[in-house]
Design a protein around this ligand. Structure first.
Ligand code: ADP
Length: 660
């Protein structure tokens, strides 16, 4: 028995202390306590009893039915009873102190001891007298009689309630911790130092990596298994940085078994023990693939805003600029830094619009509507530009307007093109009107020549009769013929007057009205329009001098071009190229109309600008002989000159020079 009973050091210590207090040895103390002098066997038993009584370990002896045959004070104290109460307790009640839920643990222990076996470290709960539960750690041994039969059971029941509570709390907190860690989407992990063995990894690692959690508890350190091979350096960097600074953060891609690449952001830090020695590395890894995608998308959108040709401006609710893109800078000349915090209306205000205009704009956007409009603003360098602008109010989740986004397009060029087109259309209709008038003049003149025929032939006949038969005619008949001549002359003159009036009114004898005209467009229009009426000619316009606009009278100029181009075609009956050249010298505009037609006889050249003069060689070609006189008049009204260079059979060039 002695070798089984462990005398606690505390028991021995109290015996030693008492012996010291009484100034004797432990042996003397024990001898004195064992009075009357016992038999050696009794002495032995008493010694044991003394030891057991003073033991700090709860010790009890039980009959085979479980009833108490002995209990030391500590044992009784553990169960909340007095020693006497335990000794008087019926066996059934003593066994009943075992917690009902732990019967299945405790009863087999008793059974085994009854069967002669020693059982160590059985843990179960017992119910104290006050109803509280106490955890005990039982070591039980059978006590045999001289025949070797088991007659009693000795138990040493240590109170382990506190330990159990701590364990439970620990278990609970660890379970709780694991539950928490496993429920988070991020991976919580921990590795040893310095050999990087996995200590812990939370279950999110499965979702992120597509591998089972077991894989992470064996072999290589956690992230080495999955990191994208091209980014293996990231791990070394993390470990190096953690070792050096205690902290590191990196983003790197990982490869899932299905080949999908995902991005993780790993934050790791060093955990030290109480002595400050590095103990382990713990970390959190988050799947940032979606964040990166969102970020990429945002970056893409941002780049789109940056790159777009439209100027974009974001202003706060009070209209102060917060952001502008490079197109805005290109359009206005103001950089982001210069524009930020400014009011756009003040920044680029041209002064063209009154306060009413801006207040309507503000009312529109503040009421949540989109404002669209075209306005001319002023660049940083003072020049004007026209923009088409859409201002959209932006609301927050509460529906309040927080910002305005203005998208602007520089339409200065478009406006210019539109104006050019308009100008083009205007010039075209002007030219067509000239064509019609010219046509009318031609018709009027041919009608005149036809209508004059009747009175002239009447006059001619009357004159013939008079001169041939003058002597034979009576005075009365002579008078009749003279009257007829007079009437017909009168009629012819009236006809001529009417025609001249008509021609004059159509030629619109007006004073010179110079204005800035797109001469380039007017020349092109003239060539295009004449082309439509010509057959077998190639009409070309060449702006040799790169002239765009010029101050001329567009009606007169249309007339010049119309007549010269019409003649060039008319007097090139075999077809061929007719070219209009626009050129300029320092102080003159030069127009050349070049054909490769009949040419003009040098004898005719001095007369061709006279009204109704037509060269004898062109009688077969219809004409009035008025065109060049009209051209000359138009040129002179510009204070310009006209001359002709011509070679019969080779062609003609008319050169008009107008002061700029
Ligand atoms: P029209 O052409 O009606 O005869 P114009 O006054 O325009 O009257 O021309 C006067 C004359 O000048 C023409 O009749 C013709 O003899 C001559 N002429 C004008 N332009 C040309 C030309 N490009 N080539 C040859 N002759 C021309």
């Amino acid at each position: 028995m002695a070798n089984i009973l462990e005398i606690s050091p505390k028991t021995l210590e109290s015996l030693v202390q008492r012996a010291a207090q009484e100034g004797c040895t432990v042996d003397e103390l024990v001898t004195r306590l064992l009075d009357p002098p016992p038999t050696p066997a009794q002495t032995q038993e008493s010694l044991y009893r003394l030891i057991i009584e003073n033991s700090h370990d709860p010790i009890s002896l039980h009959s085979l039915d479980g009833g108490y045959t002995y209990a030391n004070p500590i044992h009784a104290e553990v169960l909340g009873y007095t020693v006497d109460e335990l000794m008087d307790m019926p066996a059934e009640q003593a066994m009943g102190m075992i917690h009902p839920e732990d019967m299945m643990v405790a009863l087999p222990v008793y059974q085994r001891v009854i069967n002669g076996e020693s059982v160590t470290r059985a843990e179960f709960r017992m119910v104290r007298k006050d109803g509280a539960t106490v955890w005990v750690l039982l070591t039980a041994v059978p006590i045999r009689n001289e025949q070797g039969q088991v007659t009693q059971i000795m138990g040493m029941t240590r109170d382990i309630t506190d330990r159990k509570r701590t364990e439970a709390a620990l278990l609970h907190s660890e379970t709780l911790m694991r539950e928490v860690l496993d429920s988070v989407e991020d991976v919580v992990w921990s590795i040893t130092i310095p050999d990087s063995k996995p200590l812990y990894v939370s279950s999110a690692v499965q979702t992120i990596t597509g591998r089972s959690i077991e894989e992470f508890y064996t072999g290589a350190p956690i992230w080495r298994k999955v990191v994208h091979p091209q980014h293996a350096d990231a791990l070394d960097e993390i470990e190096r940085e953690v070792a050096a600074t205690g902290w590191s953060e990196r983003e790197f891609p990982i490869l899932r078994p299905d080949g999908e690449m995902r991005w993780v952001s790993v934050r790791a830090w060093l955990v030290r023990d109480a002595d400050g020695q590095p103990q382990r590395i713990v970390g959190i890894a988050s799947d940032v693939t979606d964040d990166r995608k969102t970020q990429e998308l945002l970056e893409l959108r941002y780049s789109a805003l940056e790159a777009t040709a439209n100027a974009i401006m974001i202003a706060d609710r009070n209209g102060y600029i917060q952001w502008v893109n490079p197109a805005f800078t290109r359009m206005t000349g103001y950089s982001l830094e210069e524009a930020r915090g400014k009011n756009p209306n003040a920044l680029v205000r041209s002064g063209f619009y009154d306060d009413e205009f801006y207040s309507v704009m503000w009312d529109t956007i503040l009421s949540g509507q989109v404002w669209m409009g075209r306005l001319t603003n002023r660049r940083k360098d003072g020049t004007l530009y026209t923009e088409e602008q859409t201002i959209t109010p932006v609301r927050n989740s509460a529906g309040e307007i927080t910002h305005f986004i203005a998208v602007k397009q520089d339409v200065t060029e478009r406006e210019r093109t539109e104006q050019l087109l308009l100008e083009h259309e205007r010039l075209k209709s002007r030219f067509r009107r000239e064509q019609e008038q010219n046509f009318l003049i031609v018709r009027t003149i041919s009608a005149l020549s036809h209508d004059l025929r009747t009175p002239l032939s009447v006059i001619s006949v009357a004159k013939d009769i008079l001169s041939r038969y003058f002597d034979r005619l009576s005075l009365e008949v002579r008078q009749q013929k003279l009257d007829s001549i007079g009437r017909q002359l009168q009629y012819a003159l009236e006809l001529l007057d009417d025609t001249v009036g008509l021609v004059n009114s159509n030629l619109n004898h007006r004073i010179f009205h110079p204005a800035l005209v797109n001469l380039d467009a007017l020349c092109q229009i003239s060539v295009d329009e004449i082309s439509e009426t010509s057959l077998g000619h190639t009409l070309k316009f060449l702006n040799v001098g790169g002239v765009k606009t010029a101050t001329v009278d567009e009606i007169l100029l249309s007339r010049i071009l119309l007549n010269l181009l019409t003649n060039a075609i008319k007097y090139s009956p075999q077809g061929g190229e007719v070219r209009l050249e626009l050129d300029a010298t320092a102080d003159r505009l030069v127009l050349r109309v070049i054909d490769h037609g009949l040419g003009i006889d040098p004898d005719d050249v001095p007369h061709i600008f006279e009204p109704f003069y037509r060269a004898a060689s062109v009688k077969a070609i219809k004409g009035t002989g008025l065109g060049l006189s009209i051209v000359k008049d138009c040129v002179e009204r510009h204070n310009g000159t006209i001359r002709v260079e011509s070679v019969v059979g080779q062609g003609t060039t008319f050169i008009v020079e107008l002061p700029k």
